[in-house]
Write a protein that binds this ligand. Sequence first.
Ligand code: HEC
Ligand code: HEC
Length: 399
Amino acid sequence: MRRRRISGVRKLILGSVGVLALGGLLLFATDVRPQNVALNDLRFAALPATPKAPAANPATKDKVALGRLLFWDPVLSGRKDVACATCHHPQFGYAENRDLSIGVDGIGLGVSRHFKPASAIPLVKRNSQTILNTAFNGITDGGAYEPATAPMFWDLRAKGLEAQALEPIKALEEMRGDAYTEANAIPAVVARLNGVAEYRDLFARAFSRVQPITSDQLGQALAAFQRSLTASNAPFDRYMRGAADAMSDAQLRGMRRFQRVGCINCHRGPMFSDYQVHVLGVPDNPLLRVSDAGVDQTYAFRTASLRNLTHTAPYMHNGVFDSLRDVLEFYDDVSGRRGRARNAHVSREQLDPLLRQLRDPDDRAGDLIAFLEALSDDSFDRTIPSRVPSGLKPGGNIQ
Ligand code: HEC
Ligand code: HEC
């Protein structure tokens, strides 16, 4: 009896030690699995499933539907030949498949878009950004953001989708042309909308009041529609929400590498952007006569979001890199010593310290690119309206 009892206790002790040891081993084993090391890094975070709207512009079905028609309607441009969708097309993830945009006087879509003969309109000096997920612009690692003042553009010069929406209408090369002056652009376009009975009805319904259409309402309807264009269910999001098999082994290795190399120091949080500006020294686009010096002439540009890149080539503020491989080769030769083109106006000392601290971005195995591909969600809304209230061609001269 006695002996048995002792041996029972001993078994219990030995058993507990065993369980503890096994537990420790398991813990240790899970800890060294590369994906989990990255998973514990709070700079990696899934997007919220749905975005929030500013208090002054709640999203409603009618407003979003009206915003979609406006987005596709070239009536917003001076010569009625360019719509927002001309440069932000669902076929290219709501960006554009060409380095620098052609607005007024353009014919065609993406790489095949060109100017009409003898046009005097210049190229837009930047690469078109995607509209997808702009609802989340400015989001922090912890998921906080303020849609009314969200940072917009490659140089952060506009705040909030509502205010941003009126800018392209005023820009000479994007939508205005020489049909009216910059100061007259918005009043002229709003007067046109007021002249279309269908728009008067749609605005009255969306804003629950009958009155002349205002420029504020134009900005609000466009913003509400753009905020509906989210893509927040990429393999990475599903993985972060607990679906362990949502990313492939290569993508998991790439996630770890993205962290170890230091990409995550700038490309962080749910949008993979810190929404700060950094000097990278991306080479100038040779099509531009004047070098684009970015924020305050410092050659700083906003950290690009890395979401949906599989749809939005070419890359960087001026579209100089055609592929993700080209982007990585650029990062792999920050000093330019191995012959990659650098921006001649930017000295090595001006480069962002976080860029100089990158550790071996060389991606021979392709794991980084595999990870970047896990940040694309292909299930976004691609609806193209069959007609717009002005009776013009949806999307402008894109055929
Ligand atoms: C001629 C091409 C063109 C047209 C037309 C155009 N855009 Fe853009 N869009 C661009 C380019 C280029 C940028 C980047 C500009 C910059 O950063 O200086 C941009 C940037 C944006 C952004 C900022 C995205 C971000 O993440 O910061 C939004 C939003 C946007 N456009 C919405 C619109 C809306 C709404 C319209 C129509 C009223 C429109 N665009 C018309 C080319 C165009
Ligand atoms: C110092 C901050 C910083 C670091 C570190 C950094 N990036 Fe960037 N990244 C940026 C900025 C800023 C841009 C936009 C630059 C421009 O357009 O001139 C950018 C642009 C990009 C783009 C182009 C996206 C687009 O839509 O055009 C990709 C892809 C990219 N980075 C991937 C990476 C990878 C992968 C790493 C790690 C090897 C990395 N970045 C490290 C700041 C950084």
